[in-house]
Design a protein around this ligand. Structure first.
Ligand SMILES: NC(=O)c1ccc[n+]([C@@H]2O[C@H](COP(=O)([O-])OP(=O)(O)OC[C@H]3O[C@@H](n4cnc5c(N)ncnc54)[C@H](O)[C@@H]3O)[C@@H](O)[C@H]2O)c1
Length: 397
């Protein structure tokens, strides 16, 4: 099939485009190299797959409605996978107009171009942030998503509403995928794994909210990509589906893993949780499991150390650690997180108090993190992990 992937030079978009090409689909990738991070990094993402004979790239801005209509006039797309967006919660707070223009108006431009040219299947990225401080934890799709904490999630809620409107008014097939805290190779340099790693490696302080109690449901890119491809193939009439790991991890533990990867203690500056940040993100993935056969393959991720060990992006000048590049950080986190699955279930309320039977089980967590020689430590890490702990039970906040 022929698929338009917007945001194709970005973190998630580059993985989706690459996976589609690998299985034989034809892909048109679109991106405007927005300055949220360096063009060089995005060009490097593109270079991973951009010379594929079934790939075509268009540097264009989704805010340009005429250009979007022309694009859809030239191609008959079987699917649109819309990932282009401004995506940083913190930055959105003082840039609401820009977020509205790109995320809302840009999405409507694509929906409009699609419906005018008879393109019926529209899959788009939404976010766990739409849940804000949801009452029900883990976050379930049936919960109202009407109280965003920042402009970014507000724009994503607007996209969901527009998609529903185009489904009802024009019969378009629209699937919104709410991604939860995605990380992995080619990860965004403005996100926590990389910001913290860079700063810890450079001996600079990191700001830690709410005593390190906030939890995030970090989800590995390969799992996200698998979920997106499953949604592409399923071609639902209209759905909104969480794609998350369903295993949140506390900030303190997350920092410990990075410290062990980098080989340096973090210098921590404590700060209260801003009102724009939720205390937890935690996906209920029952719907994804039912509709997309969503299974998190965390246990496999250690093997990827071998694949990325020769990556290029340097972590912090003079980082003293065994970590040589940001992709290793991603994979090291995957291994580290994999060792920290709650053994009996854990959830956190908005007061930051952990509830539930389990605590992080960290046995052997760090001894198996990747070093200079990739394969052996990774393989040891996976082997030592033992049987996977059960999913955390549903826990009220
Ligand atoms: N990374 C996460 O943890 C996460 C979580 C939830 C949702 N999402 C969503 O997933 C999608 C992809 O996010 P990502 O992490 O890969 O971010 P990213 O910034 O790496 O990728 C987004 C891409 O969109 C492009 N873009 C931005 N504005 C554009 C415009 N006006 N016209 C054309 N292209 C434009 C950027 O240049 C960038 O390459 C976004 O919609 C984001 O909101 C991401």
């Amino acid at each position: 099939m022929k698929v338009l992937v917007t945001g194709a030079a970005g973190f998630i978009g580059s993985h989706i485009a690459e996976r589609l090409l690998a299985r034989g689909d034809q892909v048109v990738g679109l991106d405007n190299f927005a300055p949220n991070y360096s063009r060089a990094r995005k060009a490097a993402n593109l270079a991973e797959y951009g010379d594929h004979p079934k790939f075509e790239f268009l540097e264009a801005d989704i805010r340009d409605a005429d250009r979007m209509r022309t694009l859809f006039g030239h191609h008959q797309f079987d699917r649109v996978v819309h990932l282009a967006a401004m995506g940083n919660v913190r930055y959105s707070i003082e840039h609401a107009q820009e977020y509205a223009a790109v995320n809302i108006a840009g999405t409507v431009n694509l929906l409009e171009a699609a419906r005018l040219t008879g393109t019926r299947d529209f899959i788009y990225a939404s976010t766990s942030s739409v849940y804000g401080n949801a009452e029900v934890i883990p976050f379930v799709e049936t919960a109202p998503a009407v109280r965003p904490l920042a402009p970014y999630p507000a724009t994503k809620i607007a996209c969901e509403l527009m998609a529903h409107t185009y489904h009802v008014a024009f019969g378009m097939k629209c699937t919104g995928l709410r991604f939860f805290n995605v990380y992995g190779p080619r990860g965004r340099p403005d996100m926590m794994p990389f910001v913290f790693t860079e700063r810890i490696a450079a001996g600079q302080p990191i700001r830690v909210f709410a005593g390190g109690r906030p939890q995030r449901d970090w989800t590995y890119i390969d799992d996200i990509a698998g979920g997106v491809l499953a949604a592409i193939d399923a071609s639902f009439d209209y759905e909104i589906i969480n794609l998350g790991r369903g295993q949140p991890i506390g900030l303190t533990r997350f920092i410990e893993i990075i410290e062990q990867l980098v080989g340096r203690k973090a210098i921590i500056e404590h700060a209260p949780l801003p009102p724009t940040e939720p205390m937890i993100t935690y996906a209920n993935v029952d719907k994804a499991a039912r509709l997309l056969n969503w299974v998190v393959h965390a246990a496999l991720q250690g093997r990827k150390v071998a694949v990325v060990a020769s990556g290029k992006a340097a972590v912090g000048d003079g980082a003293p650690s065994s970590i040589r590049n940001t992709d290793q950080v991603s994979v090291g986190l995957a291994v580290g997180l994999d060792f920290t699955l709650p053994s009996g279930g854990v959830a956190v309320g908005r007061d930051g108090v952990q509830r539930g039977a389990g605590r992080d089980s960290v046995e052997g967590a760090t001894t198996a993190l990747p070093g200079d020689t990739a394969e052996a430590p990774a393989a040891r890490g996976v082997a030592r992990r033992g049987p996977r702990a059960p999913c955390a039970p549903r826990c009220p906040g």
